[in-house]
Each structure stands twice: as C-alpha cells, then as structure tokens.
Design a protein around this ligand. Structure first.
Ligand SMILES: *Cc1c(COP(=O)(O)O)cnc(C)c1O
Length: 309
C-alpha cells in the first residue's frame, strides 16, 4: 500500500462570533493527515498512486498553477513513493526565470526539493491540457507517464475523497467543504447519508461547479453556495485576512486563504444569519492547503496589505 487508510480527528469549534447561536460546529482536521501531502490532496492521490503502480508507471505528470497545493502534494508523494514527477505549470513567463528566482516561490521551491521537474506552458496552451494532442506532445518529450488531471480530480480521486467521512460522522446534520474542481465535495456526497445536507463553498466564481459535481454523484442532498468566493480564485481582501487571523487566534486552527478561509467565513456568516435550525450539528472539513499561506503573504507584502498570521 502506498498512502495508508487513515482517519483524521474531529474537534469542536468555539468561536465568539457565533457564541450566542444554538448550533454546534465541529472541524475534521484533514490538514493533519500528512506533513506535505495535505488534506484532500492525500485523498485524491491515494488511488491514483495505486493505479500508477499497477500500470508499472514510473513517472507521474500533473498540472497546476505556480502556488498549487496539488503540485506540492504530488511532488511530495513522488518523493515518498519513488515516482518521478513532472509538473506542467501555468505561465510560460516562469520558463525564463533563473532557479534563484523560481525558488522565491515557496511552492515551486518545495516541489523542486522533492525532485519535481517543471514544464512551463503559456496560459493558452494550458487551457488545452485535457486535449489528446497536448498530452501526446508531453509524451513525445517525457515518454510514458501516468496522468493526474489538474486539481487531481478524476473518478479515483472522488473514490479517495469518500474516505474523508467515516462511521462516526453519521450524526452531523450538515457537512461543509471548500470547492476548486468539486471532486472533494463529490466524494463527500457519495459517502454521506440521505438525511445529511452537504454544502460546497467555491473558492472561485463557481457557477459551473454543480455540473462538475453531478458527473460523479447521483444523490440530491447537496447544494453549492456561490456567495463566498470573494471575487475569484486566489482573490482575497482584508475582511477575509482579518477573519482568518481572528479565527486562528481564538481556535488555534490555521486556515488557508484560497480555500478553507473562504469556506469557514461563509459558514460563520450563514450561522450568524440564522440560516440553520436550532440544534443543527455542522461538520466542517479542513482540506489543508496551508502551504499556500507563505506564497500569499509574499503577494500581500507587495500590496502593503495586512498579512496572514
Ligand atoms: C485543492 C483544494 C480544494 C479543492 O478541492 P476540489 O476537489 O478541487 O474541489 C479545497 N481545499 C484545499 C485546501 C485544497 O487544496
């Protein structure tokens, strides 16, 4: 076995902004599953790594932006289990940068130390990443490989994400998770009971995401809340930064700015507005992503913005 079957711990959240509300909020700490193969990326890689091994593939190719949690996790998994990894990175302006400059990006620096090789492509080429011709061109350069799609989402990833929930989680009325591609939410929906309500919070303008989720699920016990994307992927503002810092100060739980920060902001706002019936038990999934904080803070320093603590 490559990545093991594991369960993360659940802790109750006590946060002053909702102290007067009669709901109970808990968090499942998937961010603690592995120091580098964090959160839902562990779940998404698990069966994909097994499949790569079954196919006797020595190389894994995957895709991502320059700050991608998935790139960092795939690089670490490759190092741990002996796969060569190649990251196809969006943005060919990076191709001409020196190693020293590339290593100013904490995600790429980490991935490089794990042995990942980079292939930088233009934003236009990157959009063609699922096309046969584009993949054939990669095979011409790198030889045979096992391909993990952007964000790691495919059928095997959704199967892995179903393991986020276990038999102890049947008592929660509502389960919430952040969304990028929707694969994680799909796995959670598949593992949920019909009495539970699953809510996804897109980290981007995610009006297409419900359709993505539907490719992997048949249940109807879920919804996508589009109100807390903060204007798009990687976009944040000082309200969100102050929230993440206040939440950490009170609960000791760090949130990442791209995914979990927006999801927890959203759920707290819904609770404040009495969206849930009295006595509702809510489980938040901490999907990890904390490696992204350093990269975000570098951008915030340039903007003279407050930083994520
Ligand atoms: C990648 C990621 C997500 C999004 O997962 P999807 O399956 O693509 O929806 C959510 N949270 C964190 C921390 C992530 O790194």
């Amino acid at each position: 076995m490559l990545l093991k079957n594991v369960s993360s711990r659940v802790e109750q959240i006590f946060f002053s902004e909702i102290a007067d509300k009669d709901v109970a909020v808990f968090m499942k700490r998937e961010d603690e599953l592995h120091p580098f193969i964090s959160g839902n990326k562990y779940r998404k890689l698990k069966y994909n790594l097994e499949q790569a091994q079954k196919e006797n593939q020595e190389t894994i190719v995957t895709f991502g932006g320059a700050y991608s949690n998935h790139i960092a996790a795939t690089a670490a998994a490759g190092k741990e289990f002996g796969f060569k990894t190649i990251g196809v990175i969006r943005g060919d302006e990076l191709a001409n940068k020196s190693i020293v400059d590339l290593h100013k990006n904490p995600t790429l620096k980490f991935a490089a130390t794990q042995g990942m090789e980079f292939h930088f492509v233009t934003r236009t080429a990157y959009r063609k990443k699922t096309e046969t011709l584009f993949i054939q061109e990669l095979k011409n350069i790198f030889g045979e490989f096992y391909l993990v799609p952007e964000g790691g989402t495919n059928q095997l990833a959704v199967k892995g994400c179903a393991e986020i929930l276990d038999e102890n989680d049947v008592d929660y009325d509502v389960i919430c998770a952040a969304m990028g591609t929707g694969g994680t939410l799909a796995g959670i929906i598949n593992a949920s009971s019909n009495e539970q309500k699953i809510i996804g919070f897109p980290s981007l303008k995610g009006d297409f995401l419900a359709a993505e989720v539907r490719k992997f699920v048949t249940k109807n016990n879920w919804e996508v809340n589009l109100d807390y994307s903060f204007g798009g992927y990687g976009k944040i503002n000082t309200t969100l930064i102050h929230f993440i810092n206040a939440f950490k100060k009170e609960t000791r739980i760090p949130l990442d700015p791209v995914y979990t920060g927006k999801m927890v902001f959203g759920i707290i706002d819904l609770i404040k507005n009495d969206y849930f019936a009295k006595g509702t038990k809510i489980l938040l999934i901490h999907t990890g992503g904390l490696q992204g904080i350093d990269g975000m803070n570098q951008l915030l320093i340039k903007k003279k913005s407050p930083l994520i603590q």
